[in-house]
Write a protein that binds this ligand. Structure first.
Ligand SMILES: [Zn+2]
Length: 292
């Protein structure tokens, strides 16, 4: 290609502005590649979901391109109100594509219906795009007596090394299982269940494990478990009456079938030497930028 500047173009009677624009376009290289999904831009990341979005036609969408937070999402995270609807918006904003879905409305619908495991994995991905892989936090030993005033231990975890399990059968979201003579109809935990958990938090403070079970279990021995109003207390009672052995087997089924990310860490206290198992704290501060 011969170099054509505004001056020479002008001499030939062409629009110098237009020539300069074309020259800049040439310098910038070819227009955006249609396959850009294979080479994510800085600040974006391609991840595979543990479960995936099942659309109305039964097609599974598992490959997602996410991007870092912008100021808009930062403000949504810091604003008030129930967390799940706010998080639906943050996840949707930060999703560039989910499988073959690329339009805003379709992405919002898909993200709002994802399983809790997928949403957790996406949240971790968005955090990695935004702040990086290293996450630092403080751990307070729950066994040290408060009067000892043991300072919190500084810990860090590499989020790129977290282990995750694929859902064994992503096309199935509803199960019917028999556990030691009890028949359980249950479904994989999703954002609607998380929103319900958030709404009843204050009422189930002393029955959190049973509430987490009620978030998934729809029927026990054919009897439907209601989650709303006064009926909720009855449902919780029914689940509390189950033998502990049955409940742990049921929880193991949830774990096996739902897939997800393993956030469990083990730490030994330097003061009392007790070993504690706890989960990577993904609450407040998870998206905070590290001060350097
Ligand atoms: Zn301790």
């Amino acid at each position: 290609m011969t170099e054509e500047t505004a001056e020479t173009a002008g001499a030939k009677g062409q629009d110098p502005e237009e020539i300069n624009r074309l020259a800049r376009q040439f310098d910038a290289g070819p227009a955006e590649d249609e396959n850009a999904i294979d080479r994510p831009r800085p600040g974006t990341m391609a991840i595979t979901l543990p479960c995936g979005y099942l659309d109305e036609a039964g097609e599974l969408h598992r490959d997602v391109v996410i991007r870092e937070l912008s100021g808009e999402e930062e403000d949504i995270i810091r604003s008030k109100g129930p967390m799940i609807p706010r998080f639906n918006q943050v996840l949707a904003n930060c999703t560039e594509s989910i499988g073959t879905i690329r339009d805003e409305g379709g992405i919002f619908r898909a993200v709002s219906q994802l399983t809790s495991a997928d949403r957790e994995w996406m949240t971790i991905g968005i955090r990695r795009c935004t702040v990086g892989d290293k996450f630092e936090f403080e751990f307070r030993c729950p066994r040290c007596p408060p009067q000892d005033k043991v300072p919190p231990k500084r810990m860090d975890v590499d989020l790129s090394e977290l282990e995750w399990r694929e859902m064994p059968d992503p096309s199935v979201r509803d199960y019917l299982d028999e556990v030691d003579g009890y028949a359980f109809a249950w479904h994989v935990l999703d954002s609607r269940d998380d929103a319900w958990m958030e709404s009843v938090q204050g009422k189930v403070r002393n029955a959190l494990a049973s509430a987490a079970m009620l978030a998934r279990v729809d029927k026990v021995d054919g009897k439907a478990l209601a989650r709303e109003g006064k009926q909720m207390t009855k449902s919780i009672k029914l689940l509390q009456r189950l033998p502990s052995r049955v409940r742990s087997k049921l929880r193991r089924l949830f774990l096996e079938r739902e897939g997800g990310v393993d956030l469990t860490l083990k730490v030994e206290c330097g003061h009392c030497y007790a070993e504690t198992e706890f989960e990577v704290p993904m609450g407040e501060g998870f998206f905070a930028q590290q001060e350097t």
